[in-house]
Design a protein around this ligand. Structure first.
Ligand SMILES: Cc1cc2nc3c(=O)[nH]c(=O)nc-3n(C[C@H](O)[C@H](O)[C@H](O)COP(=O)(O)OP(=O)(O)OC[C@H]3O[C@@H](n4cnc5c(N)ncnc54)[C@H](O)[C@@H]3O)c2cc1C
Ligand code: FES
Length: 284
């Protein structure tokens, strides 16, 4: 069992939790994720390791309430436990050796997923620009955390309620238009955001990595659930990724695959909400 040591609500539907997982904490590297199953009736969902503390034996996750499992997770409190937690899974981010100039772009909850890369790059003495985007001010995540490690932090909101008005892709284009040529761009967020960013950096020939979030089941490369097409080849995100060359990813196919189970996910969420209201068994 993996006990929840801390819980914090970062935004209306976004939570941060510190969970006891000593073995995972010892090995976790930027870009890796875990798969959890809350209880014996639960489905398995992947979540990025935002941070880890090998001494305390804890890892930190940040999640957005999307459907049944994340709703259920959000109802757990300090002292409660998660039944299964496996990791660290996936390949760590391939960061440039030594000092480099990297732009990390995060959108929505993806902002939290790119925090470990920003922290690691800062430790290596790199010049790291973090561009974080959110729909509106109250959804801007982890500003203080990023201020600690980013050499430059640019915040933007879709409605202009905080930071610059507009999308992260607009900010990145402005920097590239102004002549900046980073060694690498890392982008993590909604698929549409990553697709648009890939189109922008392709124009300028800037190497870009994206972290993909297809539906995952086993996380071991056996079920094929997380398959994506990259450079015309089939890849399994859980073992070959989760990060891939943005200029080679077939985003249209991935967006279509992510919608396959929308009807089932809706039914599952509604059934769960109904049980919560009735105060009955939340697991069935
Ligand atoms: C490598 C990886 C890392 C991720 N890291 C984070 C993170 O740090 N924070 C965060 O909030 N979200 C993260 N996600 C997405 C997260 O796994 C989904 O939001 C979650 O599975 C939704 O489950 P649900 O039952 O609450 O919602 P559902 O109603 O089941 O699904 C809502 C949406 O989430 C996606 N989804 C559903 N099941 C899965 C699944 N098993 N695997 C992947 N996506 C799924 C689908 O696009 C679906 O439309 C990550 C996904 C991947 C693949
Ligand atoms: S999740 Fe099953 S192959 Fe990747």
């Amino acid at each position: 069992m993996f006990e929840i040591k801390k819980k914090e609500q970062l935004a209306p539907i976004i939570y941060q939790m510190e969970v006891s997982a000593p073995r995972v904490a010892k090995k976790a590297l930027p870009g890796q994720f875990i798969i959890i199953r809350i209880d014996e009736y639960g489905e398995r969902i992947p979540l990025t390791i935002k941070d880890s503390d090998p001494e305390k034996g804890t890892i930190t996750i940040v999640f957005q309430v999307a459907g049944k499992t994340t709703t259920q997770l959000s109802t757990l409190n300090v002292g409660d436990s998660i039944l299964d937690l496996v990791g660290p899974l996936g390949n760590p981010t391939e960061l440039p050796e030594g000092k480099s100039n990297v732009i990390c772009v995060g959108g929505g909850v993806g902002t939290a997923c790119m925090y470990p890369q920003v922290k690691e790059l800062s430790k290596r003495g790199s010049y790291v620009t973090a561009i974080i985007g959110a729909r509106t001010k109250e959804l801007v995540l982890l500003e203080e955390d990023f201020r600690k490690y980013a050499s430059r932090l640019i915040i933007c909101t879709d409605d202009g309620s905080y930071g610059e008005k507009g999308f992260v892709s607009g900010v990145l284009r402005r920097l590239l238009d102004a002549g900046e040529r980073p060694d690498l761009v890392i982008a993590i967020g909604p698929l549409m955001m990553m697709k648009v960013l890939a189109d922008v950096t392709r124009e300028y020939g800037v190497k870009t990595m994206v972290s993909l979030n297809p539906i995952m089941v086993d996380g071991t490369g056996m079920c094929g659930g997380c398959r994506v097409t990259v450079g015309g080849e089939v890849k399994f995100t859980c073992v070959d990724g989760p990060e891939f060359d943005a200029h080679k990813v077939d985003f249209n196919e991935l967006m279509m695959r992510q919608r396959y189970y929308l009807d089932e996910e809706k039914v599952s969420k509604e059934k769960h909400a109904c049980k919560l209201q009735l105060g009955g068994n939340q697991n069935a």
